[in-house]
Design a protein around this ligand. Structure first.
Ligand code: GLN
Ligand code: ZN
Length: 753
């Protein structure tokens, strides 16, 4: 008989209760007991929700105060010495690793944080060094298991598996992954023994690292870890859970290892079905088929899923599951008041996905035809009317639409003559501090307590102050300051047809931070000019050039919930055409320098290197080129990227064919410069010399040194001087001092040439 499973549920809560409670605790507004009570209430609510919906296999230990990787590390005593030395209580040592600690017990920064595979979630990077002493000491997993039992719910504890943990870790003191095989085996054996004593039925190892490119060494490491662990499992059944792709590099090896169950992703794992059909599936093992998309918010199309499940009918024990943890989708559509039921009917957030699992089981076991018919009706209906004109426009795009003329070097020369900027020109990335007043202006306007006129009056006033200030301190290329924007994607989405916005569709980005991505509902077009009003005004105030400021198509797409009925390529092209109109409008209104931010371009590179060009860059780079291909030779196109780690795709970045690119560099100790040089990078570059992620004010001398280091690698005439990202999160006081220092540093370098 078919059963249902959720590989992990979300934990932040229906109304982000965990976020607010944790933040209150960290501000010392509530006690640890208060916080623990709220956490327990949430866990029980989430288990009960799954139980009442009819989920057969419910996970526990999927709760986390901050991050599941950090939880696992701490469960096994992996806590760097500098945090132990603080001598704080258990929970506070945990938060010190997650958020850093500054107080009477010491001053330490948080652990490094990195993007979790191809999601927008970030995990805390575990550190392994010579003092690491892996032992099974944490009580969290067993405590939560017992808690679920006390509440009448049978759960399957889940943990991040040792292979993924070792693959994601940072190694110090010359340590390497293989040094930790034996201690991990011992620790997991101890854990499994305890679970056996507690009569635990199933235990789940999350091993998403298996969906990446795997070397023979990787597979050897996996085997070395799991052969002894599996031998020691006793009566506990082990589920190997993979997600975010298929396990093509190790399918045969992995399925031969003898886990009791395998969780495979049939949504993002494009080759999963083929792997199962071609190589077979172990007779005695259970298949947990991830068929409900844990990452996107659209309803499942039952007819398609049933067709897929039909192909798996020879599997003896089949359980249907989510493709990954539900932590990557919002809680429920039920609280959304601004979207019509017709629209909401097409969405399935976490709670609705539980119902989908239950309905699919119903259809398969007792032919719940009603659910099937209702679902069929939803998909048979016309959800949207396609924009035929736009489709035609896209179909008619030719190579010329993606190619800017004349070639870069010719443009570079004519722009140099035209703009006549000083050497090492200075600029900023766009936003200036979003002060309390700036945010209040937006909030009151949104509440309807302010007219559009008054709202704009305030913004124009801010722009004026900002432009005057930039002139005073002597920046070369100015910006208007972005006081009209809350968020670089939402702002554009609100001005484009085809987008819908939710009120509560929050998704955890890291720790207590959540984002609320807009949803691409239909074909995207621009209904009116978006930025010209403010940019034109800013330009009217000064003889210097003011950059127009736009978000690029790839970033807009990557930070939205995308459609599933058309390809990402097509969506990117639609957005690109809309932004192209905006670029041309800015140009027609006298804006001669236009920056098109692609902050998130690097973020969505596929997990497998082999897919980078064929599945992503092949449409992402052209989408950017489409945006600016039609501007005049003299119009200078800038772009900006937040992730500095693009050494491995440098050619593709150059191929965006922008005139200038700025990027984060101050924290990555400028390692990218050598790669730029080696690749003979032609685009002019502004490696950020001021780290805006920290409240620290950089001194003149340290920035002078940074510029000198840049000049040691790259030609003088290619370099721009700027901070490494927008200034919106900083205070006016910090920015004022830092920018004055930045300009002084540039001058000091010039004086020394
Ligand atoms: N132009 C944006 C800003 O200055 C860029 C932000 C970003 O890269 N995330 O805020
Ligand atoms: Zn940035």
């Amino acid at each position: 008989m078919i059963q249902t499973s959720v590989s992990s549920f979300l934990r932040i809560g229906e109304k982000r209760e965990l976020k607010f409670a944790t933040e209150a605790y960290c501000r010392k507004e509530i006690s640890e007991n208060n916080l623990q009570d709220i956490a327990r209430t949430l866990r029980i609510k989430h288990w009960q929700l799954q139980q009442t919906t009819g989920i057969d296999y419910i996970a526990s230990n999927d709760f986390s105060f901050y991050d599941q990787v950090l939880d696992t590390a701490n469960l096994f005593n992996i806590v760097p010495k500098r945090y132990r030395d603080l001598k704080l209580g258990g929970l506070d040592t945990y938060f010190a690793q997650a958020r850093g600690y500054q107080g009477k017990n010491g001053d330490v920064k948080a652990l490094a944080m990195k993007k979790w595979f191809n999601t927008n979630y970030h995990y805390m990077v575990p550190e392994f060094d010579s003092a690491t002493d892996i032992r099974y000491i944490g009580r969290k997993l067993v405590d939560e298991l017992i808690e679920s039992r006390e509440n009448g719910i049978k759960t399957r504890p889940v943990i991040i598996g040792p292979f993924t943990l070792l693959k994601l870790a940072d190694y110090k003191d010359g340590r390497k992954a293989t040094d930790f095989i034996t201690p991990f085996v011992t620790a997991f054996t101890a854990l499994l023994t305890e679970l056996g004593n507690l009569n635990v039925d199933w235990f789940q190892f999350d091993e998403p690292a298996l969906v990446k490119d795997l070397s023979l060494d990787d597979l050897a490491l996996f085997k070395a870890l799991y052969q002894p662990i599996l031998a020691a499992r006793g009566s506990v059944k082990t589920l190997l859970q993979t997600y975010f792709g298929d396990i093509r590099d190790g399918y045969e090896t992995i399925t031969a290892l003898g886990f009791d169950g395998y969780g495979l992703d049939f949504v993002e794992g494009v080759q999963t079905l083929e792997l199962v059909q071609k190589h077979g599936f172990p007779k005695n093992a259970a298949l947990f088929a991830g068929v409900i998309n844990g990452k996107n918010i659209w309803r499942n199309q039952y007819s398609q899923t049933l067709e897929l499940l039909n192909k798996l009918s020879n599997i003896t024990t089949l359980t249907i599951s989510t493709s990954c943890s539900l932590q990557h989708v919002p809680y429920t559509t039920e609280n959304e008041e601004k979207l019509s039921n017709q629209v909401l009917a097409h969405f399935a957030f976490a709670k609705e996905k539980l119902t989908e699992l239950a309905e699919l089981k119903g259809i398969l076991t007792n032919s719940d035809t009603e659910a099937l018919i209702k679902n069929k009706r939803l998909f048979d209906g016309t959800r949207i009317v396609r924009n035929t004109e736009l489709l035609k426009q896209i179909a008619n795009l030719t190579e010329a639409d993606f190619t800017r003329t004349p070639a870069f070097s010719e443009r570079e020369n004519s722009q140099k003559a035209h703009f006549n900027l000083p050497i090492l020109p200075t600029t900023t990335i766009g936003s200036f501090p979003q002060t309390r007043e700036v945010r209040a202006n937006r909030a009151t306007y949104r509440k309807g307590a302010k007219t559009r006129e008054d709202y704009d009056k305030f913004i124009l006033e801010e722009i004026k102050k900002c432009v005057q200030y930039q002139e005073e301190i002597g920046l070369d290329v100015l910006v208007h300051g972005e006081f009209e924007r809350n968020d670089m994607v939402e702002f554009f989405g609100e001005n484009l047809n085809g987008y819908v916005f939710t009120q509560f569709a929050w998704v955890q980005s890291y720790g207590t931070r959540c984002v609320k991505p807009p949803i691409i509902w239909g074909d995207v077009t621009r209904h009116q000019p978006i930025t010209t009003f403010y940019s034109k005004y800013a330009q009217s105030l000064t003889q210097k050039h003011v950059k127009g400021m736009l978000t690029g198509p790839v970033t807009i797409l990557n930070w939205s919930f995308p459609r599933e009925d058309i390809s990402l390529r097509e969506s990117a092209q639609q957005i690109a055409l809309a932004i192209q109109e905006e670029v041309l409008d800015l140009e027609a209104n006298g804006i001669e320098i236009i920056q098109i931010d692609e902050a998130a371009l690097r973020e969505k590179l596929p997990l497998r290197k082999s897919d980078w060009f064929s599945q992503y860059l092949d449409w992402a780079i052209p989408a950017f080129r489409l945006v600016h291909s039609k501007v005049k030779p003299q119009t200078q196109i800038h772009t900006h990227m937040c992730y500095a780690e693009f050494e491995d795709i440098i050619k593709a970045i150059d191929d965006m064919d922008a005139d200038v690119i700025s990027f984060e560099a101050s924290r990555s100790d400028l390692s990218i410069l050598k790669a730029l040089k080696a690749n003979n990078f032609q685009t002019q570059v502004g490696p950020g010399i001021y780290d805006i992620h920290s409240p620290r004010v950089p001194s003149v001398s340290e920035m002078t040194t940074t510029i000198d280091n840049i000049l040691a690698e790259l030609p003088l005439e290619k370099i721009w001087i700027n901070p490494d990202c927008g200034l919106k999160t900083r205070s006016n006081a910090e920015v004022a001092e830092s920018l004055v220092n930045l300009i002084a540093a540039r001058q000091a370098v010039i004086d020394n040439l």
